[in-house]
Design a protein around this ligand. Structure first.
Ligand code: FAD
Ligand code: UDP
Length: 410
């Protein structure tokens, strides 16, 4: 429901009369990208009555944004920058938001010497300009040309691939980048070295033989003009959708012998579950490992704190990166800014912790497969999303999965 001034009224999300659960054709657990996109598609194109249960007191999942006490628009669960090459996803989401053009740039901040005198900054992904900043203009240019001769201009080369190159000079560049960009950051983020984690993870940030300073090269990138939360509120604003906030589905669902019950009654329609797969089955095969994050915010009385949206501390400090939201959102608010430092640690399952990153490796994938096999015993149940599928999905990838799943289910 849209209010008079176009703002979303939260009344729509209050607990409705749920006495007639049989009125619903489909049940969705979670109102993040996976749940919200599926709900809208089923409600609109499948003409299904959809009940969405969301444990938190807000929609948008980890993409949720809101104003902080200083009036700065922040991302409560980590910085989210939308980027995609998938026109279908971009067009779909564009129905619910206009966009602010924002091309994310990131720099690495590195101490110049071991005594900590001054800091060097250069683009990440490490590119031809980073090379010149690190090795000096002439030597950096020569080394960049050498890499281009080996791999091609505008090519992306993963750090693990670069480290395989037998040429002594290229190997020395690889060692430099490994040491100054990857190894310490990856140790902070994952507690493991780059060669110990899933290669697809470091491949997200390859060495880029280009002068393009952007973090992503996708055709469509930007930020929802008024933020992610209003985009989700519009997506879920449909007469066939009821959203219940503050409702933990696991307290209401029973899964037994191929039958799913909601509030004690058999529910026969499709159930799309976007929470943790291990939690759904009471951790019966042991919990799936995750990394969690501590976000520490600081509000500072000045226009801006740093030069870029995100600065990665790739060599020193305990945190991985600092994000300054005003750069991302384009919010104009003189004299005040909010920054956020990210500290990564093992997820221990404590109540206040959130499982942000699946730790993808063969053992954990095998453990996940056991939960998936349990889910497959319930033909009406679909696991969808970063948690439910135990995958490292970006927002666009999960939106694409949700559209595809809804196509199948309609
Ligand atoms: P979620 O957003 O986690 O939504 C799942 C929802 O289900 C949650 O709201 C949860 O409360 C709810 N839920 C779980 N269990 C239950 C239950 N039992 N009952 C009711 N509700 C339940 N992607 C990008 O494309 N660009 C970025 O810049 C980017 N930055 C990121 C930064 C960080 C720090 C992190 C962690 C992720 C980032 N991502 C980014 C990834 C992005 O967050 C995910 O792709 C996206 O949020 C996945 O959506 P989802 O619906 O699968 O999961
Ligand atoms: N990475 C790194 N140094 C950097 C940036 C990234 O070592 O400056 C590695 C690190 O292992 C990280 C991975 O690349 O976890 C993926 O980085 P990305 O920025 O995509 O991570 P996310 O934003 O998803 O946390």
């Amino acid at each position: 429901m849209l209010g008079k001034n176009g703002a979303f009224t939260r009344a729509n999300f209050d607990r409705n009369d749920v006495s007639a659960l049989t009125n619903y054709d489909a049940l969705i657990v979670g109102a993040g990208f996976a749940g919200a996109v599926t709900a809208r598609r089923l409600a609109e194109d499948g003409n299904k009555k959809v009940l969405v249960l969301e444990r938190r007191d807000h929609v948008a999942g980890n993409a949720y944004d809101c104003l902080d006490a200083a009036g700065i628009l922040i991302h409560q669960y980590g910085p989210h920058i939308f980027h995609t090459n998938d026109k279908r996803v971009f067009d779909y989401l564009s129905r619910f938001t206009r966009w602010r053009d924002y091309q994310h740039t990131v720099v690495a901040s590195i101490p110049r010497d071991s005594a900590g005198h001054g800091r060097l900054q250069y683009p990440v992904p490490f590119n031809l300009d980073s090379m010149e900043a690190a090795f000096g203009p002439e030597e950096g240019k020569r080394l960049g040309d050498k890499l281009i001769a080996a791999y091609g201009a505008e090519k992306k080369v993963t750090i693990l691939e670069l480290r395989q190159n037998p040429d002594p000079e290229i190997s020395a560049i690889a060692d430099y980048v490994y040491e100054h960009v990857f190894v310490h950051y990856t140790m902070k983020q994952w507690g493991q070295r780059p060669e110990e984690i899933d290669p697809a993870t470091t491949a997200r940030v390859p060495v880029f033989l280009s002068r393009d300073p952007r973090y992503f090269q996708d055709a469509y990138q930007g930020m929802p003009l008024e933020g992610y939360t209003p985009m989700f509120e519009r997506m879920l604003d449909h007469p066939n959708i009821t959203v219940e906030l503050g409702s933990d589905a696991l307290k209401r669902l029973e899964l037994d012998s191929g039958v799913i019950k909601l509030d004690g009654e058999a529910f026969n329609g499709p159930v799309v579950y976007t929470g943790q797969a291990d939690e759904l089955f009471a951790f019966q095969f042991s919990p799936l490992p995750y990394r969690t994050l501590d976000f520490r915010y600081e509000t500072i009385d000045r226009d801006y704190f740093q030069s870029h949206g995100t600065v990665n501390y790739t060599v020193d400090e305990d945190f991985t990166r600092i994000t300054e939201f005003k750069h991302l959102t384009g919010q104009k608010k003189p004299g005040v800014t909010t920054i956020m430092r990210e500290y990564s640690k093992t997820y221990a399952g404590a109540d206040h912790e959130i499982p942000y990153y699946a730790i993808i490796n063969p053992d954990n994938n095998a453990l996940y497969a056991k939960y998936k096999a349990e889910a497959d015993k319930f033909p009406q149940l679909r696991l969808l999303g970063r948690l439910a599928e135990y995958k490292y999905y970006n927002m666009d990838a999960i939106a694409a999965r949700a559209l595809a799943l809804a196509d199948e289910m309609r």
